[in-house]
Design a binder for this molecule. Structure first.
Ligand SMILES: [Zn+2]
Length: 269
């Protein structure tokens, strides 16, 4: 699952096409990634348009083109953006290819849970305007996090951290890392955390996001060696803090890894 940092990584891939004009648009119109999208308008508007800029927000990206074209991309489970030579031949899973003079900008997605949205207009589309506060923005305050946790107070904290309406960009491994570093058991109810735990959680949400954004590309090996991240994938892994055998199970509908020594079910303050 692409998370905050991976999204930023893929957004930058298409940065090589900035200030260059799209010569042709090749797409698979029946692909599920275009569900609800006017592919004819996309094709017509983007042909001859220049890529002017882009931004990422949580797991979504927006690419701005001249001619009033706005292309939204959500990577879903297996979506990727890459740059190929201009004369690339589209492969089976390359659902959108924007050919430019020097490069082709390619969106591929084998499982097609990703999404390509399109809007034509002078201002950014409504689906981009109504977004929750970014984790590393000034609007992401502790009070906002507390409100969000109490609104979802009866759900396990792990499931709440995965809600994109509160924590845009946080995915499965990041949620596990944040909870482990905060010493909070993933099944604890979001509304039952001690204020001191909430405070710690708030700081870790930001520090894990910041470190992930700094280091994660296609190679995750640069994350700090002291993190749970390096130990969570295999059965029989050990907690890097206290050496306990890590547990894995379902929580909030997702595979979750935690340390029974560091993350107790009872409140620890
Ligand atoms: Zn531990």
């Amino acid at each position: 699952m692409p998370e905050l940092a991976e999204v930023e990584y893929f957004r930058k891939q298409w940065g090589r096409g900035l200030q260059q004009t799209v010569i042709s648009v090749e797409l698979h119109p029946c692909s599920k990634v275009f569900r609800g999208t006017d592919v004819a308008a996309l094709r017509k508007t983007l042909r001859g348009a220049m890529l002017l800029g882009s931004e990422a927000h949580g797991k979504q990206m927006l690419f701005r083109f001249s001619n009033g074209g706005w292309l939204g991309v959500h990577l879903g489970m297996t979506g990727k953006l890459r740059v190929e030579p201009a004369d690339v031949v589209a492969l089976k899973h390359d659902h959108l290819v924007l050919q430019q003079g020097r490069h082709s900008l390619v969106f591929s997605d084998p499982r097609q849970f990703g999404r390509v949205l399109f809007h034509r207009g002078k201002t950014e589309p409504a689906w981009w305007r109504n977004r929750p506060a970014q984790i590393l923005s000034r609007q992401f305050t502790r009070a906002r996090v507390e409100q969000f946790l109490s609104r979802h107070g009866r759900a396990p904290i792990k499931a709440v951290l995965l809600l994109q309406s509160g924590f845009p960009g946080i995915g499965n491994w990041m949620a596990d890392e944040i909870l482990w570093q905060s010493k909070i058991h993933p099944a604890r109810l979001a509304g039952k955390l001690h204020p001191r735990e909430t405070g710690k959680l708030y700081l870790k949400i930001q520090s894990v996001s910041r470190a992930a954004l700094r280091t994660v590309g296609e190679n995750d090996g640069d994350l700090p060696k002291s993190w749970l991240f390096h130990h969570r994938w295999e059965d029989g892994g050990h907690c890097p803090a206290d050496g306990s055998v890590l547990r894995r199970g379902q929580c909030g509908g997702r595979t979750t890894c935690w340390c029974p020594g560091c993350q107790k079910r009872a409140v620890r303050v």
